[in-house]
Design a protein around this ligand. Structure first.
Ligand SMILES: NC(=O)c1ccc[n+]([C@@H]2O[C@H](COP(=O)([O-])OP(=O)(O)OC[C@H]3O[C@@H](n4cnc5c(N)ncnc54)[C@H](OP(=O)(O)O)[C@@H]3O)[C@@H](O)[C@H]2O)c1
Length: 282
């Protein structure tokens, strides 16, 4: 199987590159998905699968003028470029989406069939990317939430704060489940290897739905930190920030569809303990 990984330096891109040592892994400098000429000029003869891990993920930054342009370029137009090539050359396109395509107002888990209603610029650009990706006949779109891998992420931020501070305030009014990037990469491999029906699939780790506040408590417990976690609200957290994107209050994704393909999904707390062990022994 000839695999091209785009956005190879991101959290997911790094895990995919590790999981697929034989793949062609390109970072932004090597293959910019917004560059149509570069995409058209790429040698596709040995590629039958594109796994796109490239994205503009600065959610608050996307609310600025420049950030908005960049988010639409990468998350929408970039995906349209990949989908056009995938369609023309009969290539399978794997694309990663987000629970931000939902408004978060639902009670209970979001299924793949729920209506999308993206709220911020990043969310809208990602929703447009989903529609573009679906233009490739052979596509998998994986909707995911709260990604944690080798890069900038919430767990790393909290490990830093928890080591430095005695008290942190974390929001209680956004709930969801984390997704560890190595498990997301393994889920992609599972879909590809088992010739699962094309379409959209939710993926996060399994386990309890938690608020960021509860997640932080689990992080500090796993890291053996004594830092106290005080409850706060999104409104308080956003106060004074010049640019702040709306966040879904409910990010919980229903996993029934992907589990029905035979995928076993780890509880996020088990993945967290492993992640913190690796991070803290560095
Ligand atoms: N992070 C989350 O919490 C979260 C939640 C839900 C869904 N997702 C989705 O999950 C996927 C993976 O996220 P992630 O956390 O791995 O993201 P990430 O760490 O921000 O990685 C994204 C990568 O894409 C690269 N990139 C940006 N513009 C590009 C371009 N024009 N051409 C090629 N590469 C480009 C970036 O390169 P540079 O480093 O050079 O900018 C970066 O290496 C994304 O689709 C994201 O929207 C993420």
């Amino acid at each position: 199987m000839g695999i091209l990984i785009t956005g190879a330096n991101g959290q997911l891109g790094q895990e995919l590159t590790y999981l697929y040592p034989g793949a062609i892994a390109m970072d932004q400098a090597e293959l910019d998905i917004t560059n149509k000429e570069a995409i058209l000029g790429f040698d596709w003869t040995k590629i039958n699968t594109i796994i796109n891990a490239a994205a503009h993920t600065n959610v608050d930054g996307a609310e600025t003028l420049d950030g908005s342009i960049a988010a639409w370029q990468v998350n929408a137009l970039g995906i349209a470029n990949l989908a056009a090539v995938a369609k023309a050359k009969n290539i399978t396109l794997v694309h990663i989406s987000t629970e931000y395509v939902f408004d978060g107002a639902k009670t209970g888990f979001y299924t793949e069939n729920d209506y999308i209603n993206p709220q911020g610029v990043y969310a809208r650009s990602k929703a447009a990317g989903d529609l573009a990706a679906a233009g490739a006949p052979n596509h998998y779109i994986l909707r995911t939430s709260w990604v944690v891998g080798k890069g900038h992420n919430f767990v790393k931020t909290m490990l830093k704060l928890g080591a430095e501070k005695e008290v942190v305030g974390v929001v209680t009014d956004q709930k969801g489940r984390p997704t560890f990037a190595n498990d997301l990469a393994a889920a992609i491999k599972h879909l590809l290897e088992h010739n699962v029906a094309f379409g959209t699939y939710n993926f996060s780790n399994s386990g309890h739905v938690v608020s960021w506040h509860e997640f932080t408590k689990a992080i500090f417990k796993a890291a053996n930190f004594n830092c106290q976690v005080l409850p706060t609200t999104t409104t308080t957290f956003a106060a004074g920030k010049e640019y702040f994107a709306p966040r879904p209050a409910n990010s919980a994704l229903d996993l029934t569809k992907i589990q029905a393909t035979g995928l076993k999904i780890r509880d996020w707390n088990d993945a967290l303990i492993e992640y913190i062990y690796k991070e803290t022994k560095k």
